[in-house]
Design a protein around this ligand. Structure first.
Ligand code: SF4
Length: 277
């Protein structure tokens, strides 16, 4: 059995920077999860970082950590009122998407955000568009909305969207909108990871995608690899790795990749199980 690891996998620059910054602190509050990975969040909790769901759970003057996914402007305004100290780990790619969304709305464009409406990053981008953006996750989901579009439309994407989905929606809009501005805000790390995962999936007998079920970019990697026709399994932790192993016994080439929020130590744990089994 041979194991191949995708060229780009695991922690991206944005997650790495956020995690390293968070590691320097104790007794602070984190709004939501720093990244969508249970093991990472648990480590931070153990060192004394508390997770809150709402900014009102934090007392005035305390320190608030903003995750790599970013937040809407209302959070900064509220933090200012409460005199909170801010540690802002919003990824620069996310900031770019927020800024472009804000600009397009200010210029009078109807804004479409391609992404998952329940994801914190998308909620943040929506906030920067003064709540005026329309979130669509796919061409099929957007068809109703697309039939009622204005003449001026701007498009941004959640940074971890698949290029295929993004391109499909944009192609559809190109024939329908007079003045269309498209900002492909999918981040470089996502594009690299997706390409490397697809390339590898085409060469191996089975693909293992390591990462949390909460992680949007990991989910996307799993979907893209499965689409190549290669059997694909998403694994969150060592226990799931052990469960999946019996299905790999007759495979010669195993490909492995990991989402941008998956830490090295989880990738290593799972690779070790496969190597020694
Ligand atoms: S996946 Fe992309 S946008 Fe998200 S933290 Fe990493 S580099 Fe930034």
């Amino acid at each position: 059995m041979q194991i191949f690891i995708a060229d780009s996998s695991g922690f991206c620059e944005g997650v790495s920077a956020a995690y390293n910054k968070a590691k320097e602190h104790r007794d602070i509050y984190m709004l939501g999860n720093l990244v969508h990975n249970t093991q990472v969040v648990e480590k931070l909790k153990q060192q004394g970082i508390k997770v809150i769901k709402d900014i009102n759970e934090i007392k005035d003057g305390e320190t608030l950590l903003i995750s790599a996914h970013g937040v809407p402007p209302s959070v900064y305004e509220e933090a200012k009122k409460k005199k909170l100290k801010i540690i802002d780990t919003t990824c620069s790619w996310v900031k770019r998407a927020q800024k472009l969304a804000q600009e397009m709305v200010e210029k009078g464009y109807q804004l479409i955000i391609i992404g998952d409406k329940n994801h914190p990053e998308v909620k943040g981008i929506l906030g920067w568009s003064e709540g005026k953006g329309i979130v669509v996750s796919s061409k099929d989901e957007g068809e109703n909305i697309f039939s009622r579009l204005q003449d001026k439309v701007g498009v941004v994407a959640q940074t971890t969207q698949s290029e295929e989905n993004f391109n499909e929606i944009v192609k559809y809009l190109q024939g329908k909108v007079k003045d269309l501005i498209v900002h492909k805000t999918i981040c470089g790390a996502t594009q690299k990871r997706q390409k490397a995962a697809i390339d590898l999936a085409k060469k191996v007998d089975v693909m293992l995608i390591i990462g949390d079920k909460m992680s949007a970019n990991t989910k996307r990697l799993t979907e893209l690899c499965a689409k190549t026709g290669t059997p694909t399994y998403q694994i969150q932790n060592k226990k799931e790795g052990e469960e999946i192993f019996p299905r790999l016994r007759d495979k010669n080439k195993i490909g492995i990749t990991a989402g941008a929020s998956t830490p090295d130590w989880v990738i290593k744990e799972i690779c070790d199980i496969i190597s020694v089994s």
